[in-house]
Design a protein around this ligand. Structure first.
Ligand SMILES: Nc1ncnc2c1ncn2[C@@H]1O[C@H](COP(=O)(O)OP(=O)(O)OP(=O)(O)O)[C@@H](O)[C@H]1O
Length: 941
């Protein structure tokens, strides 16, 4: 066999087998089926000469190669495959394994069987189909015969059928649409039904509510109908009335119209008659205009001339002001000379929240005029005019107020005593003026701070010529008790600089040390010190609450500034004392609604203020008796009220209408105060001469001591004679001058048992003094002379004491024992003017070395301190029980001028000093014997 063909045959077989494996035999089966059903297609493997399976393998391979096997039937192909396999098996061809070939053979057999089965089935079916086809053909032929017979009918029927079909289609279409519509309608129907249901419900509800409303409306309608019927009736009545009125009005208007017409006629006639005169008037006005223009020119000329005159007047007015100013100065000088109490009035502004209130201050003049109006009593009497040295309006600043006060304050540095006090009802601005509302702001500083600041500044400016020492003291008078505001236990700890001042600067002056410690006289070196001290003082000040003023100060506060200046050239010493007093409110008790403690406070305040008034009026009337001792306030201020001091009173006013009556009484008081003449102020200067005199006086005291024995002797003689007389004629003795007698009796009580004769003599002197004072009040000239003699003697004695004190060596406190027979310094305090009772209390305090806050002091506190720190001439302290005369040993008291010859205190002083030379001899012999002088003075007390 050709190898090429062989390989092709193999390929073909393998391709056939792979097709069989893959099951790709459907096409072949179809072909096979086609054959089975009698398909006439030609089998390529079938020829007239037989079948191709008879062909040799090479031939088959060639057919395959050419693609002729494509159209071969399956049966043929199976046969070919079978033959090929048989052939291979027979030949034991190695190409196909035996077993595979046999399996394939089996598969092929199986496939062949099934294919043949199917072919049978298909043949049967095709036979069946063929019979059916025949039957159909016969039927068609029968129908065709029928159809040919009824063609026309058919055509008609067909067309009808067609039409019917179309119609049917349309109907179906319509039906479909209708069905859809029906579905829609059903849905709509459902919706409508639900709507109908809800509408029904609503309808029902509406119906019921409608029925209710209807019934209500019906009832209302019924009511309204009734009302309307009534109204209609009323309206009908009104209508008839108004018809009547209309009728009347018509009649009236007709008559009026007639009248107006008549009037119009008359006016027309009048206007016609006035046209002529009007024209004349026009002409006249033209001529007047011309005249006016002429007058204008004349007026302008005159106005110019007037301007020139006015200029002249302005110049004159300016001159007038300067003249006025000069007059004011002169007036002030006259007042200075007279020693009038100056009165400055200050009107407080309305406080915040009081805006829109009516003021009682109608006019405030530049020259101290003040017109007060009573708005509740309009008329002539509602105005009252007052005149003071100066009136400060509500807009005045602290600085303006101080500017007018400054000269007065400065005079303290020239050795004058000055007293400034603020008076007025609660809340009228006393504290504002004296202290100020706020210490931290310099612009707000009141008179107190400004005064001290000014004093420091000036003292520093003068330091090259005068060495000043300044000390302050602050006391409060509360419920008639004097309390030191700066003194308390912790004082030395809190103010070490002051304490060291007291213990070093004053250690050579034992009395001063003790008393300074006690009274807390605080040396100050700067405004800062003062601010600190005053803060303490103000904090300690008693503050209470009343309905009128929440922070109403219920006490009088007194800030005292002591100044001592030593002239560095002449050694002359001057002393000044400045009292700055913030009085407690002066309002009436009933108005402040005070009760209990507040009432007591108010009563004390009123008492002290009326005592102040009494003193001032006694001074104004130049009474011999001035009731200083009626209150602690007047006692403390005594030196500044009655002495040769300069006194200024700030009268504080509240502009409120409600305070009108208080304002008037305050102003009346102030008016009377401004009339008080204290006498010309006098400077406290002491030159070398005076100090020499003081030394001489010390020696005089020695001489006086020598006389003590004699006096004692005389006294014992007198007592024994009195005893004799009393035993002889007691009734006459009883009728002797009761005052003198009582004084004597008192003095005998006061002289302690076991005193020496000289002490008794001193007591006599005191009694004499007491008597003299009383007698002088009664107007006895002789007694006054006695009094003057004794006073002068006493004054000299006291100066001697001071001189002696000054001479104590550095550590005098240690030497007291030796120098004064074992007496302690506090024993000697008595010498400085304390009463016996007072001294006892104070001595115990001083010996303790601890002083408690608020210790009550006597009115003489201030004076004692003055005396102690800056010792000077001082009067005796008279008996506290009997006299109304000054008890404060600050100054030489004014002799009772009325009773003696008319003249000033100066004359009395010159008289008293003129006696001094007569003592000088004694001084020469007894210089330096201070201890005896001390004894003498002690006995005096
Ligand atoms: N000139 C003034 N300008 C502004 N406010 C003032 C003036 N004077 C007083 N005031 C105010 O009026 C009030 C009362 O004043 P102040 O406390 O000084 O009255 P007072 O007379 O001292 O009262 P008291 O008698 O209770 O001590 C305070 O609030 C104070 O600040």
């Amino acid at each position: 066999m050709d190898p090429h063909l062989e390989s092709r045959a193999t390929e073909h077989r393998e391709g056939a087998l792979s097709e069989v494996r893959n099951g790709n035999i459907s096409g072949r089966i179809e072909i096979f089926n086609g054959l089975a059903e009698g398909n006439n297609s030609v089998d390529v493997l079938q020829s007239k000469n037989g079948h191709y399976w008879d062909l040799p393998a090479s031939k088959i391979s060639e057919l395959m190669k050419l693609g002729n096997l494509e159209k071969a039937s399956i049966h043929s192909l199976f046969t070919i495959v079978k033959r090929i396999l048989d052939d291979r098996i027979e030949k034991k061809d190695e190409d196909i394994p035996q077993r595979v070939a046999s399996v394939l053979k089996l598969v092929l057999q199986e496939i062949e069987q099934q294919v043949s089965k199917q072919a049978d089935n298909m043949r049967k079916q095709s036979i069946l189909y063929k019979s059916r086809e025949d039957r159909y053909h016969s039927k068609i032929r029968a129908l065709e015969t029928l159809a040919t017979g009824t063609t026309e009918e058919n055509e008609v029927v067909m067309t009808q059928l067609q039409q019917m079909k179309v119609e049917k289609a349309k109907i179906e279409e319509n039906k479909r649409r209708e069905e859809q519509d029906l579905i829609k309608l059903r849905k709509e129907k459902d919706g409508c039904e639900s709507q109908i249901l809800s509408l029904n419900e609503k309808l029902m509800f509406t119906k019921t509510s409608y029925e209710e409303n209807l019934s209500q409306l019906e009832s209302k309608a019924e009511e309204t109908k009734n009302k309307l019927e009534k109204k209609i009736l009323e309206l009908e009545c009104l209508l008839t009335d108004s018809k009547k009125k209309v009728k009347e009005l018509e009649d009236f208007s007709e008559s009026k119209l007639l009248r107006w017409k008549r009037k119009e006629q008359r006016y027309r006639q009048f206007i016609d008659s006035k046209v002529g005169p009007l024209q004349e008037l026009r002409l006249a006005s033209e001529s007047i205009k011309q005249e006016v223009s002429k007058i204008k020119n004349v007026y302008a000329e005159e106005f110019f001339n007037f301007g020139l005159n006015l200029k002249g007047l302005v110049e004159a007015a300016e001159n007038y002001h300067s003249v006025l100013e000069e007059n004011r100065k002169l007036y002030n000088e006259v007042q200075d000379l007279k020693g009038n109490i100056r009165v400055y009035c200050r009107v407080r502004p309305f406080l915040s929240g009081q805006n829109g209130k009516q003021t009682t201050m109608q006019y405030i003049g530049e020259n101290g005029e003040l017109v007060v109006i009573n708005p509740s009593k309009p008329g002539k009497d509602s105005h009252r005019l007052f005149k003071f040295n100066k009136v400060f309006g509500p807009a005045s600043t602290q600085e303006e107020v101080f500017r007018d006060t400054q000269p007065l304050i400065r005079s303290v540095l020239d050795g004058y005593n000055v007293c400034i006090f603020a008076y007025g009802q609660t809340g009228s601005g006393k504290t504002y003026t004296m202290t100020g509302p706020n210490m931290t702001s310099v612009a707000d500083w009141g008179v107190n701070y400004r005064a001290l600041n000014d004093l420091f500044n000036i003292s520093q400016k003068r330091h090259s010529s005068i060495a000043y020492e300044i000390a302050v003291q602050m006391v409060e008078i509360y419920n008639e008790q004097v309390r030191d505001l700066l003194c308390n236990d912790s004082f030395p700890k809190r103010y070490p600089f002051l304490f060291s001042f007291l213990t070093t600067s004053l250690r050579n002056h034992a009395f001063s040390l003790a008393i300074c410690k006690y009274y807390c006289l605080h040396p100050v070196k700067s405004t800062g010190d003062v601010l600190e001290l005053m803060t303490v003082g103000l904090m300690n000040r008693s503050v209470g609450a009343t309905a009128l003023n929440e922070r109403s100060s219920r006490s009088h506060s007194i800030l005292t500034v002591h100044v001592r200046g030593t002239d560095l050239e002449t050694d002359a010493v001057l002393r000044g004392c400045l009292h700055l007093v913030d009085l407690a409110g002066s309002e009436r008790v009933d108005r402040s609604e005070a009760k209990g403690d507040r009432l007591r406070e108010a009563q004390h305040i009123n008492k002290s203020l009326s005592a102040l008034g009494d003193v001032i009026f006694a001074l104004a009337q130049k009474n011999a008796h001035v009731p200083y001792r009626n209150s602690k306030l007047t006692q403390v201020l005594q030196s500044s009220l009655g002495g040769q001091a300069k006194t200024l009173m700030f009268v504080q006013l509240n502009p409120d209408v409600e305070s009108y009556s208080e304002t008037i009484s305050t102003l009346k008081f102030a008016e009377r105060v401004s009339g008080v003449e204290l006498g010309a102020a006098r400077s406290n200067k002491e030159g070398r001469g005076i100090r020499e005199l003081m030394e001489q006086v010390a020696s005089l005291k020695d001489a006086a001591a020598k006389k003590d024995d004699e006096i004692g002797r005389l006294r014992s003689l007198k007592v024994s004679r009195d005893g004799e007389r009393r035993s002889m004629s007691s009734p006459r003795c009883g009728s002797a001058s009761p005052r003198r007698h009582s004084a004597g009796a008192r003095s005998s009580q006061r002289v302690p048992q076991g005193k020496s004769s000289s002490e008794k003599a001193a007591t006599d002197l005191e009694n004499s003094s007491d008597y003299s004072e009383k007698h002088s009040e009664a107007g006895s000239q002789q007694s006054v002379d006695d009094f003057k003699h004794h006073k002068e003697f006493f004054r000299q004695s006291r100066l001697a004491v001071v001189g002696a004190d000054k001479k104590f060596p550095e550590d005098s406190s240690l030497k007291f024992d030796a120098a004064d027979g074992g007496k302690k310094p506090n024993d000697d305090i008595e010498l400085l003017g304390f009463g016996e009772d007072d001294s006892e209390e104070r001595l115990s305090d001083i010996s303790d070395g601890v002083l408690s806050m608020g210790t009550e002091t006597d009115a003489s506190v201030n004076s004692i301190v003055e005396y102690t720190l800056f010792p000077e001439k001082a009067p005796l302290k008279p008996s506290t029980e009997t006299t109304e005369k000054p008890c404060v040993p600050v100054k030489i008291p004014k002799p009772p001028t009325k009773q003696t010859q008319p003249g000033s205190s100066r004359s009395a002083l010159s008289k008293s000093t003129s006696k001094i030379p007569s003592y000088r001899k004694a001084t020469a012999t007894a210089t330096g014997s201070s201890s005896s002088a001390v004894k003498a003075t002690k006995r005096w007390h």
